[in-house]
Design a protein. Structure first.
Length: 186
């Protein structure tokens, strides 16, 4: 069965974006070692224009589907991208959004993700944001946290909403420049 993987960049103090949300790359350091790590390990998580600029054409190694919330999707729209991940099946959860470029899902996110898990394919990447991750918390099978070498004091948290405690098992870790990439399985 496919897994839902919340692969997300976080500051040491647990924030995935600056206050008010927005594009996290504005606060996130991206030295060459970090970019090289993503290209090698998670090439499918790079947006389409970045893949094109770097000449990346290979399909992803981990994911063939990406899910995100409306807020995260709007970060791409603000950058002029109707579909930031055209190389993946792209679902956006929203009750108000319409799009001809991605699959918009207005029904229960948990139910839709359970359906996706039953389909054939690679794992499903939960790109964000914090509200959707909180709503899908019970469905998340793996956390991959790209822990960046910075603190910002305030901002969008790693997860929103209340949820029950879960003990996670460390299954892998790696270094990408000054960032740590830590993988936990439920």
């Amino acid at each position: 069965m496919r897994k839902l993987v919340y692969l997300v960049a976080s500051t040491i103090d647990g924030h995935i974006a600056a206050p008010g949300g927005g594009d996290p790359t504005g606060i996130w350091p991206m030295p060459p070692e970090y970019i090289s790590y993503l290209v090698e390990e998670f090439p499918e998580t790079l947006p389409g224009p970045a893949r094109e600029a770097m000449g990346i054409t290979a399909e992803g190694t981990h994911f063939d589907t990406v899910v995100e919330g409306r807020g995260s999707f709007e970060v791409g729209l603000a950058a002029g991208l109707q579909d930031a991940y055209p190389h993946l099946r792209h679902l956006v959860f929203s009750r108000t959004l319409t799009s001809e470029h991605v699959e918009v899902v207005s029904t229960d996110p948990g139910a839709r993700v359970r359906e996706l898990k039953q389909e054939r394919g690679k794992d499903i990447w939960l790109v964000g944001g914090a509200t959707l991750a909180g709503a899908l918390y019970d469905e998340i099978d793996r956390l991959v946290v790209k822990l960046g070498p910075l603190t910002i004091g305030t901002g969008m948290p790693f997860l929103r909403h209340g949820f029950a405690q879960v003990d996670w098992r460390l299954t892998a870790y790696d270094r990408a420049g000054d960032a740590l990439v830590i993988t936990y399985d439920r």
